[in-house]
Write a protein that binds this ligand. Structure first.
Ligand code: NAD
Length: 457
């Protein structure tokens, strides 16, 4: 049985449901494919209107969805409300994208001839998503898939199944029957979905993402795989240490660091003392506690293994010679709380500075100059987000241009995503086309080139 529990009150069972087996997944894909035929053939205006109605349905239930998000995945209430609002924005944005030009024309062999390319949907999009953005990630995949005429089957993370099922219920009245379905389950359900879908979009860990991309490629279907990050924020000597520290503290520890875009490494050029003191103060000033409270910034981590991973990473860093600047202990109470943790005096090749922990833990690394800072920032297998803090535009541009990441932020937190702009990383962080913005159409459509000649030439 699949169970979903509240991280702040693990005794609270939110959902118990039978995982969907291979036959159930095949049936769901079959229904989505059947519904998708009519949907793809319908006028684009109709698809657009349906997505607007879906946005309104979500907006109308925003309070309830936000509360469920707080309870099911422990996201602090203010962030959860912002995510629900973002979900509404995503649906509205792709409602408009459904009306965008769906092709291009090229010079043909004669003035009367047409040579054009047109996009068409792939069929059924199989979506496999993590628990940390349980509304935004399913929607930033599902909304473009639907806008461009596909059916959707979503396999959400088991930890966020109650939300995924509620989302499907809310959207159902706006969409044709069977077009958007959720199949509860874990790895086996995900594997079965890849076996049946016409394209796959995955977000999650590197280990699973790699397997997903291989399985999809073996079947000859396109995939898009968004994976982990180990994002660095480089602080140059001219940056205001207090301001940089406040921004980096929030990016590292907000939602207990459980974001692929969280800052895990602060790289300080020059003497790190002033910035480090400011960062410790900023982290210690973050409100930790019950995610249902508006002021909370750091709630619990998702489950006991996640808490253990953070505590073990802190212990291991200390054993390797690191200095625990703050945190490193489990929090009080029954939930999966762990103190926001900062470590310094570790070399850049230490485990904590090389592998994603996915919790409220970050490392401060000194760098002698910009060259060394860039080398440290790029010296990991991930390449999702890189940030630079400085008041000098010239240096900002020069350093930013050398970062091997898909997203670059200047004087801004590494966390934070704009759904109307392309999103994705380099190296082990991403595989396949970018998602979000107009880039999303690369996965959810294919292009046909069409030649039309007047009769007789
Ligand atoms: P995960 O890889 O454990 O699971 C992700 C999804 O894959 C879940 O739905 C899971 O049930 C499913 N799954 C697991 N094994 C599978 C298999 N063999 N075949 C098919 N599906 C399978 O990740 P998680 O713990 O849910 O999320 C945390 C990870 O997600 C972190 O590494 C984080 O960095 C990453 N993440 C990345 C982004 C991004 O956009 N780059 C965004 C959010 C989270």
């Amino acid at each position: 049985m699949l169970q979903s529990r509240s991280p702040q009150r693990p005794d609270e069972l939110l959902l118990e449901v039978e995982p969907t087996g291979a036959e159930g997944v095949a049936a769901a894909v079959g229904r989505a494919r059947a519904a998708g035929r009519g949907w793809a053939a319908a006028p684009a205006l109709q698809r657009s209107a349906a997505l607007v109605a879906a946005a309104e349905a979500l907006a109308g239930a925003a309070g309830e969805v936000t509360d469920l998000m707080v309870r099911e995945v422990g996201k602090p209430a203010s962030e959860a409300a912002a995510e629900t609002a973002r979900g509404v924005g995503i649906l509205r944005y792709y409602a408009q994208q459904a009306l965008d030009p769906d092709g291009e024309t090229y010079p043909g062999p004669s003035p009367a001839a047409l040579l054009l390319s047109r996009r068409r949907p792939r069929g059924v999009a199989g979506l496999i998503t993590p628990w940390n953005f349980p509304v935004a990630i399913p929607l930033w995949k599902a909304a473009p898939a639907l806008a461009y005429g596909n059916g959707v089957v979503l396999k959400a993370a088991s930890e966020a199944t109650a939300l995924a099922l509620r989302l499907a219920e809310l959207l159902a009245p706006a969409l044709p029957d069977g077009l958007f379905q959720v199949v509860p389950g874990g790895a086996a359900t995900g594997t079965a979905l890849i076996e049946r879908a016409d394209c796959v979009s995955f977000t999650g860990s590197v280990e699973v993402g790699r397997q997903v991309a291989i399985a999809a490629t073996t079947r000859g279907i396109p995939s898009q795989v968004e994976m982990g990050g180990l994002n660095a924020s480089i602080v140059l000597p001219d940056a205001d240490p207090q301001r940089a520290a406040a921004t980096i503290a929030g990016a590292a520890m907000g939602y207990a660091g459980q974001k692929c875009t969280a800052t895990s490494r602060a790289i300080v050029v020059g003497d790190p003392a002033r910035f480090t003191d400011a960062l410790v103060a900023a982290v210690e000033g973050l409100a930790v506690g019950d995610p249902a409270e508006q002021r909370t910034v750091v709630g619990p981590v998702i489950n006991e293994p996640a808490r253990r991973a953070v505590l073990e990473a802190a212990e291991q860093a200390a054993a390797a010679g690191g200095r625990l600047l703050t945190g490193g202990r489990a929090g009080n109470g029954a939930g999966w709380f762990v103190e926001p943790t900062l470590v310094d005096r570790l070399p850049p090749d230490a485990r904590l500075a090389q592998e994603e922990v996915f919790g409220p833990i970050a490392v401060v690394l000194p760098a002698a100059d910009e060259d060394q800072a860039v080398a440290i920032a790029n010296g990991v297998r991930y390449g999702l987000v890189g940030a630079v803090f400085t008041r000098d535009l010239d240096r900002a541009l020069t350093v930013a241009a050398r970062l091997d990441t898909g997203l670059i932020r200047v004087n801004a937190p590494t966390s934070g995503v704009d759904f109307h702009a392309p999103f994705g990383g380099e190296k082990d962080s991403s595989f396949g086309p970018r998602e979000q913005g107009k880039a999303a159409r690369e996965l959810y459509t294919s292009t046909r080139t069409i030649t039309v000649l007047p009769e007789g030439g």
